[in-house]
Design a binder for this molecule. Structure first.
Ligand code: FAD
Length: 220
């Protein structure tokens, strides 16, 4: 059966940065199965904006087992949907949501050292993946390289810091900032992935095992 939209109620809207919010939906008991997801999947949201239907995809940033389903939406300049979500949508509103889709996931369910890259709102699937791995793969480690313009624009900063405190030794968080100077020079600038001729990445036809996944939205 083709996936169909369900009406879900917005139960919370948390401002993450001046340009981004996290919104959580309530999942009615009879729809829990339809909204079961694998970390890395996304939701398609739909609503009417100025009398016209708009649909956009947003990666799930909660983890399976959380009592809510949550996405993070960063406002894009002159963007219809992201501006609506950031400036108009309110707690208690209903929005149409399609069940989770997508095959971007890297979970192995056994011991692995994961290296994750994210920039800006690209953190959303990584947060879900990191939280799930840390909770369910007790011997796995995560290194997350997260690029942003400045500290003020870092989404989910508090939550990431909590993970660092909670999983000390298994979760390494590296912030790269493109428009704020940090003491360590190598942490200034944008994420650039380069593979030299003799690097493990260049040598393999598929990503090496430590390269669990990567995702980037440009931090301008
Ligand atoms: C699988 C997937 C997961 C995603 N996950 C996330 C996520 O977790 N968080 C997140 O914030 N985003 C995510 N996105 C991006 C998201 O779906 C939207 O694309 C984003 O929010 C912008 O939508 P918008 O309606 O605000 O912008 P749009 O209205 O679609 O506009 C986008 C840009 O195009 C410009 N534009 C629009 N129309 C024109 C035109 N006619 N001529 C010239 N320029 C124009 C706008 O000015 C704007 O800069 C994801 C996308 C995908 C595909």
């Amino acid at each position: 059966m083709a996936p169909r939209f369900h009406d879900l109620k917005v139960t919370s809207i948390e401002r993450q940065t001046p340009e981004a919010v996290a919104i959580a939906f309530e999942i009615p008991a009879d729809q829990v199965e339809a909204f079961a997801f694998t970390p890395g999947q996304y939701l398609t949201l739909a609503t009417e904006i100025d009398g016209k239907e708009a649909r956009r995809s947003y990666s799930i940033c909660s983890a399976p087992g959380d009592p809510y389903l949550r996405v993070g939406v960063k406002k894009v300049a002159d963007g219809r949907f992201s501006t609506f979500v950031n400036d108009v949508l309110s707690v208690g509103d209903t929005i149409r949501v399609m069940p989770p889709q997508g095959r971007f996931t890297a979970l192995k369910g056994e011991r692995h050292d994961y290296l994750l890259f994210a920039a800006g709102s690209g953190i959303t699937p990584m947060l879900s993946i990191a939280r799930t791995v840390l909770a369910h793969e007790p011997d796995s480690t995560i290194t997350l390289v997260y690029g942003n313009r400045s500290t003020e624009t870092i989404m989910f900063l508090e939550e990431l810091n909590d993970l660092k405190d909670r999983y000390m030794g298994r979760f390494t968080l590296i912030h790269l900032l493109s428009r704020e100077t940090q003491d360590v020079d190598i942490l200034n600038g944008r994420i650039e992935l380069r593979a030299s001729a003799n690097s493990p990445m260049a040598a393999s036809s598929s990503p090496p095992p430590w390269m669990a996944c990567s995702c980037a939205a440009p931090a301008r």
